[in-house]
Design a protein around this ligand. Structure first.
Ligand code: IFM
Length: 472
């Protein structure tokens, strides 16, 4: 088992990396990935219900039921968070629970669930961070074009205001969208996520309408939020590495800057528009005033980071990339190097430090919060009833140290939320990929605290960790 010693190590003088006093520690989840109860209390269908019910879309035919049955077990899950010493919990709200038809009529029972969740968190002194959209668009809206339809952005702003009106007396930290890049490019571009559309133009329309939705919702929340409320967007970033500066620039543009720069008020990065093969269609979708709306100021930016992306130029300059970076010419994505996670993702904490330092400079003083970071491995509960997830523990410690290094190099990082609190529904991979720091037996719903959770708990307890080794 991992040698997790007590914080006596700290007392005996091992070098300790200490975080700023108000650094926020916690874990994150998302509604569709953990709640289950997909038809309870008037919840409408989401695009992920439809997608998962379509043969061949999700591994092993897995669906959002029962997931972690969190809808019924939220109270004991909050107790679990408390037992781990989490100071913060990032969760998302399922739009189809609040507005089963995507607009208009509000389902009181849906709002009441999040009331109960927030109240339980606050009772345990755990700060709630609410994300309004983590990919579960009401199916009814998809029937009208989903994120391809500009109207969806306006419906989202209405929904956001409804939720904020209800929970805003208790929740201060708000995120509009989680990883709109994934919604747009995997949902409408290569189709490996719901709604499964494979159309480059559609992915651009979706990307723009998602950003517009973010801007409109931020304005709506700002209009009804007290000063103390902290509004944000969460984006997925990757450090792009390669020997060829042009190849790096192109992928960095399409991966990192394409959605960040508009949020920062810099518009769509011109180089990306020139690099991609579908520039004309992109500009057609942008209307007067949109870029100003999208640039409505945010108070913090959420950073989801898992792995670096390695790139190289192609011998054929006219080669066009497919997959999530579709449409770039003359560049291809290389396999990860060194140790990979169970999901096949490169484990590289140096890339995380580099990302946070560069990002912090790029965003001109907007604080960053690590809203997701984690790794999937095929954990098992041993005969003694323990989950000794050595690799995840190592990944966690290396990446927390990487955050510390970034802060000491000047990055303004205010918190670290592990992905994920619980093993859960990992989208197209179904239940095959376990990201949790808590193991979930999906048959019995038994939760087992993994060694990585013990490590995180100790890190939180001492607001830091030893500089070296894998004992905490
Ligand atoms: O599980 C997802 C999460 O929903 C969004 N960010 C990446 C995680 C791991 O793939």
């Amino acid at each position: 088992m991992t040698e997790l010693t007590t914080d006596a190590d700290v007392e005996v003088g091992r070098e300790v990396l200490t975080f700023p006093p108000d650094f926020l520690w916690g874990a994150a989840t998302a509604a569709f990935q953990i709640e289950g109860s997909t038809t309870a209390d008037g919840r409408g269908a989401s695009i992920w219900d439809t997608f998962a019910a379509t043969p061949g879309k999700v591994l092993a035919g897995d669906t959002g039921d029962p997931a972690c049955d969190h809808y019924n077990r939220y109270q004991s899950d909050v107790d679990l968070m408390k037992s781990l010493g989490l100071a913060a919990y990032r969760f998302s709200i399922a739009w189809p629970r609040i507005q089963p038809s995507g607009s208009g009529k509000v389902e009181e029972r849906g709002l009441a669930f999040y009331d109960r969740l927030v109240d339980s968190l606050l009772e345990k002194d755990i700060q709630p961070l609410a994300t309004l959209y983590h990919w579960d668009l009401p199916q009814v809206l998809e029937d009208f074009g989903g994120w391809r339809n500009r109207d969806t952005a306006y419906r989202f702003a209405e929904y956001a205001a409804i939720v904020h009106e209800r929970l805003g007396d208790r929740v201060q930290a708000w995120t509009t969208l989680n990883e709109p890049w994934v919604s747009a490019f995997l949902g409408y571009g290569n189709g490996i996520h719901a709604p499964g559309v494979t159309d480059a133009v559609a992915s651009l329309e979706a990307a723009h309408h998602l950003l517009l939705a973010h801007g409109l919702a931020t304005q709506a929340l700002r209009a009804q939020a007290p000063e103390s409320h902290r509004l944000s967007i969460v984006l997925n970033f990757s450090t792009v590495w390669g020997d060829d500066a042009e190849a790096v620039r192109k992928v960095d543009g399409l991966q990192n800057r394409i959605l960040l720069d508009p949020v920062l008020g810099r518009g769509y990065p011109l180089d990306v528009l020139q690099d991609t093969t579908w520039l004309g269609d992109w500009t057609n979708v942008v209307r007067d005033g949109d870029m100003e709306t999208i640039a409505t100021p945010v108070d913090w930016i959420g950073v989801n980071y898992y792995n670096p992306t390695r790139v190289a130029p192609t011998a054929d300059p006219d080669f066009v990339t497919a997959g999530p970076h579709a449409g770039l010419r003359g560049v291809e994505i290389q396999p990860g190097q060194g140790e990979l996670t169970g999901f096949g993702w490169e484990q590289n904490a140096d890339a995380f430090t580099e990302l946070l330092v560069r990002l912090s400079q790029h965003v001109d003083g907007i604080p960053l919060v690590v809203t997701e970071n984690g790794s999937a491995f095929p954990d098992v509960v041993d005969p003694a009833g323990r989950v000794n997830d050595v690799q995840r523990t190592k990944y966690l410690l290396d990446h927390v140290r990487a955050v510390h290094r970034a802060i000491s190099e000047g990055a303004d990082v205010r918190g670290y939320l592990a992905w994920s609190l619980l093993d859960n529904f990992e989208w197209a991979a179904g239940y095959s990929q376990r990201f949790g720091i808590v193991h979930v037996d999906f048959e019995t719903q038994q939760r087992t605290i993994k060694e990585s959770a013990v490590a995180l708990s100790r890190i939180i307890g001492q607001n830091g960790l030893p500089a070296h080794g894998y004992t905490v």
